[in-house]
Design a protein around this ligand. Sequence first.
Ligand SMILES: C[S@@+](CC[C@H](N)C(=O)[O-])C[C@H]1O[C@@H](n2cnc3c(N)ncnc32)[C@H](O)[C@@H]1O
Length: 322
Amino acid sequence: VTANGESGFLERLEGAVSSLPPAVLTDAYARLSTAYRFEDPAAALRSGPHAREAYLAARAPATYAAIGAALGEVAPHLGAPESLLDLGAGPGTASWAASEILPSLAAFTLIEADRPMAELGRRLAAASRLGTAHWINARLEGASLPESDLVLACYVLNELSPQARETVIRAAFRASRDALVLVEAGTPAGFAILRAAREALTAEGAHVIAPCTHEAACPMAGADWCHFAALLPRTAAHRQAKAVGASLETEKFAYLAVARGKPALRSKSRIVRRPMIRSGHVVLDLCAEDGLSRVTVSRRSGALYRASRDAAWGEAWPPDMT
Ligand SMILES: C[S@@+](CC[C@H](N)C(=O)[O-])C[C@H]1O[C@@H](n2cnc3c(N)ncnc32)[C@H](O)[C@@H]1O
C-alpha cells in the first residue's frame, strides 16, 4: 500500500501554485533548496516571498510519497485508528497520506508554527476529507498535544534544537494512544535523529513496529544508515520548480514507527538495500534481530526464489507465503 494520489492531493498542490510564473517558482525553489541544504532548515519557509509555494510544488509531493510508503509498511500493525495528530504539518502532507492509507481516520488535528503555511494547508483541504480538520497554529515546543490514536511527525524533527526534539518526541509518544510514526530525510543526519528517538522511546516502554522487525540494538553503524526510497511522479509544477524534465523522482527517507502494545505479528527481517537480481539468484541485504546479513536466494529455493525476484527494498522478508 502506498498513497497514490487518489485523494487528489497532488492536483490540489499543483492548483495552489498555478498562478505563479514558472521563472518565479524556479527561483523560489532554488532559494528554498539552498536554505534546506546549506543554511537553516528552520528558516527555509522564509527564504523568499514564494518559498511556501515552492514547498508545495516540489517538496510536498516527495514527502507525501515517502510518508505514504512508510505508512504502507506500518498500516498492517495498526488497528483502525480514528484520530490523527500531525505535528509540524506544513500543508498537511502527512494527514493527506494517512487519510488514503488508513480509511478509518475521521478526526485530524494538525499543528503548524508557520501561519501562512497553515493557511495554505487549510485552503488545500477545503471540500475534502480533511475539510473539518482542526488546525492549531503553534510551536510544538510547549504546545499541549491532544491525545490521538495515531501521532505523526514528518520532516520536522530536523528543524528543532536537539533539546526541543527530545522533549517533543517524548510528548508525541505520550499523546499517542496507539502509535507514533516519525519520518525524516533518508540521510545520515535524518537517520541519526530516528536512531536516537528509537533509544529514547524504547527506554520509555515503546515497542518498535517498523522498519525494525526487532527491538535489539540497531546494527546500522559507521558509514551505514537505515533508509528507503519512494518513487514518485513529478507534476508539471514540480518539474518547473526544479527546472528538470524527468517525470519521476526518487525520495530517500528514513522512518520509525513505535506502538504502545507489542506487535502481534513480526516478520523475521527487513530488506535494507535494493535487491540485486542476478541470473539464477537474488542477493538480499537484511536487518534482523541478529544483525545485518546478506543472503543469496537461489533458483533451488522454488517459491521463495520467485518471491525474491519481486521483493523490494523496504519490504519485510520473508513474505507471508500462506
Ligand atoms: C519540512 S516541513 C514538513 C511539512 C510536512 N510535515 C511534510 O512532511 O511535508 C516542516 C514544517 O514544520 C514546521 N515547523 C518547524 N518547526 C516547528 C515547530 N517548532 N513547531 C511547529 N511547527 C514547526 C515548519 O513551519 C514546516 O511547515
